[in-house]
Design a protein around this ligand. Structure first.
Ligand SMILES: Nc1ncnc2c1ncn2[C@@H]1O[C@H](COP(=O)(O)OP(=O)(O)OP(=O)(O)O)[C@@H](O)[C@H]1O
Ligand SMILES: [Mg+2]
Length: 368
């Protein structure tokens, strides 16, 4: 048995989980303590999300126990999890795109009066949640119209507004900029001081050093170690991959930039971006930096033909692309990986094979 101190509010004890024949979580034991952030670290597919989904009531363990305040708990549903004071921010957003910001925040907790939705209370509580993280969006706006970063912040606001005593955050910072991450961490520090226990998943080691107290490492579904958050990066990476890594970011040959390949000139789309000009040479990577809402996504979408623009030009290898012509862009060799891959890039019910085929299918067939 793991030690159960008075500070331990949540424990997983010898928990295992398989999907079909695949054993994804193998005999994992983990403690989460009052006023502390327990980080989960591991490579893609290590089992971090699956583990926290068992705390959130999305999956049930095949064997092993979950203890809340030292007593065995059955967490068969999201409701069970919330009833134990657990709030979870999942890695994949769980918002309903057609519902408003306020309705999403209050989903499942809609205040009613005489059997009717009490709009006044709904809006007041949703606004209070937004104020917690300082997010300024209209309460009535459908969530699907907002970018990924704002949607992520709404998920965070929603979870925070539940006043949970155990807060689980699965890669909450993946879509956020540095400034927003700082704001989130300030809130997490306050929650820590109030005694909230947290599980925090991130691939960013600097974030873990900043916010975590302890780091538990998973590898291939197995618990490897729990170490203090001050542990040096080399040791952490070694635990993650199971061997010493010579160079974390090996520098390949520096490529010589070739001829100009993508030329964007004076690109303008009213109220989104204006007069954007830059050149990308063959063999070159150009970064687009800016705050959330600055227009980065919109510029990239316009270049890929996903949206029309009002003026300016996009040229690939000296050939001008038409505004809003996805097929033409694909034929010219432009590939686009959008920020919302689940919503905009993948057909989740389709096979890997089908998904790989869709982009080229669209470009070569005249039917669509
Ligand atoms: N519902 C499911 N059905 C089948 N396999 C699943 C399911 N959910 C997860 N898996 C598999 O379980 C393994 C662990 O996945 P999980 O999402 O927990 O990893 P992770 O550590 O959160 O990775 P990442 O860092 O990429 O988010 C993966 O091999 C994944 O493909
Ligand atoms: Mg995950």
């Amino acid at each position: 048995m793991p030690d159960h101190t008075d500070d331990t509010v949540l424990q997983l004890v010898n928990v295992s989980k398989s999907f079909g024949p695949v054993n994804v979580i193998k005999d994992v034991t983990l403690s989460v303590r009052r006023g502390q952030v327990q980080a989960l670290l591991g490579e893609n597919g290590a089992g971090k999300s699956t583990l926290i989904k068992m705390i959130a009531g999305v999956h049930q363990p095949d064997s092993g126990k979950i203890l809340v305040d030292g007593s065995e708990a059955t967490i068969a549903s999201t409701n069970d999890s919330e009833a134990h004071g657990i709030a979870t921010i999942h890695q994949e957003l769980n918002l309903v795109p057609t519902l408003s910001v306020a309705e999403n925040i209050m989903l499942g907790r809609t205040p009613k009066r005489f059997g009717m939705v009490n709009r006044k209370h709904l809006n007041a509580q949703a606004q209070a949640a937004l104020n917690l993280i300082g997010l300024d969006v209209p309460l009535k706006q459908p969530v699907g119209e907002l970018g990924i970063a704002k949607q992520q912040l709404i998920e965070i606001a929603k979870a925070l507004s539940m006043n949970a005593r155990i807060l689980i955050l699965d890669e909450p910072t993946a879509a956020l900029t540095g400034k927003e991450v700082d704001a989130l961490f300030t809130i997490l520090d306050e929650l820590k001081a109030k005694g909230v226990a947290m599980v925090f998943i991130s691939h960013h080691l600097d974030e873990l050093a900043r916010i975590a107290d302890t780091i538990s490492i998973l590898r291939d579904g197995e618990f490897v170690a729990e170490v203090p958050a001050s542990t040096d990066e080399d040791t952490l990476v070694q635990h993650m991959v199971g061997r010493a890594i010579e160079e974390q970011y090996p520098r390949g040959e520096v490529a010589e930039a070739g001829a100009p390949l993508l030329e964007v000139a004076g690109l303008t789309s009213t109220s989104k971006f204006s007069d954007i000009s830059f050149t990308v040479h063959a063999g070159e990577i150009v970064g687009l930096a800016g705050l959330v809402g600055a227009g980065r996504t919109e510029i990239v979408r316009a270049i890929a033909g996903a949206d029309k623009y009002d003026s300016g030009t996009v040229e690939v290898a000296g050939k001008k692309l038409k505004s809003g012509d996805i097929q033409g862009a694909i034929r010219s060799g432009v590939g686009h990986i959008p920020e919302d891959r689940k919503g905009q890039a993948l057909v989740l019910d389709g096979t890997v094979n089908e998904n790989l085929g869709y982009a080229t299918l669209a470009a070569t067939s005249k039917a669509g």
